[in-house]
Design a protein around this ligand. Sequence first.
Ligand SMILES: Cc1cc2nc3c(=O)[nH]c(=O)nc-3n(C[C@H](O)[C@H](O)[C@H](O)COP(=O)(O)OP(=O)(O)OC[C@H]3O[C@@H](n4cnc5c(N)ncnc54)[C@H](O)[C@@H]3O)c2cc1C
Length: 513
Amino acid sequence: MSNDHPMNRPLTLWWIKKDFRLADNPALTAALAQDERVLAVFFFEPDILAAEETSAFHVAAWCEALTALRNRLAPHGGEVLVLHMGAVAGAAYIHEKQAIRAIFSHEEIGSEVTYRRDRAFGEWTAANGVDWHELPQTGVFRGTLDRDRRAARWKAFMRADNIPPVPDPGQLQKLSIPSDHFGEKNLPSEALLPQNFGHPLRPDQLQYRQAVSEPAAEATLQSFLYERGQCYSGGISSPNLAFTCGSRLSVHLAWGTLTARQVYAATEARQAEVKEADSEEAKAWKNSLRSFKSRLHWRDHFIQRLETESGMEFMPLNPAYAELPTPGDEYLERWLAGQTGWPLVDACMRCAASTGFLNFRMRAFITSVAVHSLRIDWRKILYPTARLWADYEPGIHISQTQMQAGVVGINQLRIYSPDKQLADHDREATFVKAWVPELREVEPKAILRHHLSPISDYPTPPVDWRENSRAMKADYYAIKTLPESRALAEEVYARHGSRKGPRRPPRKKTTTP
Ligand SMILES: Cc1cc2nc3c(=O)[nH]c(=O)nc-3n(C[C@H](O)[C@H](O)[C@H](O)COP(=O)(O)OP(=O)(O)OC[C@H]3O[C@@H](n4cnc5c(N)ncnc54)[C@H](O)[C@@H]3O)c2cc1C
């Protein structure tokens, strides 16, 4: 074979991470612009498969999204190499067979396990003279960041005219695998099943989980903006309604079958359509779309926190709260199993385990019950809940877990009462009955009064909610009022506080909702 034979020429790689899509994919676009042939590759990495945060929901998403990507490419002759090996070992394996010139991937903002992997990967590329280009796929910025100018940078990034076009068929044809080299290790699509990677889905999870693929993302966005989204404002607080009134885009954003920039652009286009209309229906749409758009800001705001503070997976943002006593760790398993004796908590935990989803309010609520009422260390619930969420996004999950636990220290402490949340959000016990079968035959009123008049054959809570929450609050404020804690809170606020809210960390005492 001559030296300039395509099989001998140095390779350009598109390393697929959490970006299983063709649309708005800067890494793919740049790789295709660079070379006549591009090797698209995904690694099922043993370290990530074994990580405490990983669950069958996540592995199923990778399998499904990859298969869909392969199916999208196939008519154009495009292919994806799928290897069951670590990224560094995988790159070395490819490099040995055929030299790699450049690698394109998106800039991942992940937990420690992927951050460590990326550092090792960077060392490997540097040592082997390979150029590794990481391109942002969302409005989160690396390096020193002027917090006061972040909003302007974000808006500039989100502009619809920054979205690269979907590569045309001629471009997609470039994504071919030199099969003489990689044939035997390339996993076929039939092998891409979560159980083959040690993460079988249970039958209920198979039944309820959301599909994750680029076509599913497009359909979900479309149905939200044109059919379901009118009830977004108001609907997303309800555990019953959020399944249809919420956008349900989080899985797609988390695994990159769609970008927040695409969603933002489509939402602005939809806003323009309803702008002039004056009907009640149009008003509801306008409210909902406005409120939805603000969530897309929050998304990157929280992911930015992790980008700036990689240690927050292990330490509270305000380290003063590392001293909070956590006498309730023994209740972790009971809470996780949905056996607390608080009907709404149990329904939430069991719903999350089966569907991989809960709305924001219920996620905040179960976190509060675990940390404030049962007094479990927030770090003990971090990975078990990461595994519950089919839309696990480390930046949001870690930030929100800390925030709801109260250990960021710049927001008001919110302690949720299980009985009040049940009365407010599931008065007819519809959600509870759906997920706690042993309560199906019980009258809603009796379920609401379980804390006063216990239902037989259903557990009573392991702690007195009021007493435990009061004790927690006392410990919390003992820390919060220390001058050192206040000084640390000011620092946290300067680094991470929203520039839209109050200018200073709140000093008021809590109210119990
Ligand atoms: C303890 C806790 C953990 C969470 N973990 C995750 C997680 O791992 N992944 C995740 O995507 N969301 C997480 N959230 C945020 C929120 O609960 C989900 O984004 C939302 O329920 C997903 O449903 P949706 O796509 O219908 O959301 P929508 O309400 O339609 O919102 C649209 C998108 O905006 C973003 N978003 C919405 N709410 C928030 C928020 N409060 N903070 C940051 N971004 C937001 C999400 O990307 C979401 O898909 C967590 C919240 C809490 C309290």
